[in-house]
Design a protein around this ligand. Structure first.
Ligand code: ZN
Length: 281
């Protein structure tokens, strides 16, 4: 199993350069790079060529660019701006060798019918698929387990990805988001395993469905998520992609990033050992 660091885990106590150094130190295979903040911050004092050179000489590789945010149900002006942003992200992903771009659905107070969410999401993901195809890059839809997110369960996200029906469009399965809005295990069981591109591992304090926020995330194995159930189902489907640790815990942002990246690896490996997946394979 390949281990990945998602930069959210050290969002407030590190930067891309430091994260890369620590990923190497602790033997991570991959990093997910935050395009909203951590990459622009890095590019103030470095170039994409520097990043390209790092990955060419390191055992750590870039997994995904994270993320194209609020991609669906936007007005035409916003849609064009998102397409421009996506094209730039494709160029950057291609330059450094990242395989995926994560797409995050719109979060809004507005009530939009599921049918309209699906239509807009399918249209946009199809357009992103066309743009990404020449690069050999894949688009991974990440549903968000929050009441105000337009795509907030695994079943809803999977239905959209099935309707898009493209080899280069699939899902991010984030265990927190799966748990947080009560996604159904049977929806995961009947899903096409080849459509799961990335797994985000995490855990959470035990608040009710609909109350959970990203800040409630805790070390994998230290919370209320049925990680055994989710991960064993994913592995039974033949998932052999990366397991990416993604936490947003304010307490962990007060720690030394060295300790966070070390602990994130240790706790993830303990969970993976329990489900019978070899974290070092
Ligand atoms: Zn995630």
């Amino acid at each position: 199993m390949k281990l990945c660091h998602n930069q959210a885990t050290t969002l407030e106590n590190s930067n891309l350069e430091k994260d890369l150094e620590l990923c190497e130190k602790y033997g991570y295979d991959y990093i997910e790079i935050r395009t909203e903040d951590k990459l622009p911050e890095y590019l103030k004092s470095h170039s994409l060529k520097d990043l390209q050179a790092f990955f060419a000489n390191s055992s750590v590789k870039p997994l995904a660019m994270n993320a194209l945010v609020f991609f669906n149900n936007r007005n035409e002006e916003d849609r064009q701006a998102l397409l421009d942003e996506f094209k730039q992200t494709l160029e950057a992903a291609d330059a450094i060798g990242a395989s995926y771009i994560v797409a995050v659905p719109l979060v809004t107070e507005a009530k939009i019918l599921k049918e309209d969410i699906k239509t807009s999401s399918v249209d946009m993901l199809t357009e992103l698929s066309d743009l990404a195809r020449p690069y050999g890059i894949k688009v991974a839809l990440e549903f968000v387990g929050h009441p105000q997110c337009t795509i907030n369960t695994f079943g809803q996200a999977n239905e959209i990805v099935e309707a898009v029906n493209r080899d280069n469009v699939g899902l991010v399965l984030d265990c927190f988001h799966f748990h947080a809005m009560g996604s159904k295990m049977e929806d995961l069981q009947k899903a096409d395993g080849s459509k799961i591109f990335i797994v985000h591992i995490d855990d959470t304090d035990d608040f009710p469905v609909g109350f959970l926020t990203d800040e409630d995330r805790v070390w994998p194995g230290h919370g209320a998520i049925d990680l055994d159930g989710i991960l064993s189902t994913v592995f039974e489907k033949g998932y052999d992609g990366a397991i990416s640790v993604e936490l947003f815990r304010p307490e962990y942002y007060k720690m030394d990033p060295d300790d966070v990246i070390k602990k994130a690896k240790e706790t993830t490996e303990e969970v993976l050992e329990k489900v019978g997946a070899d974290a070092r394979a």
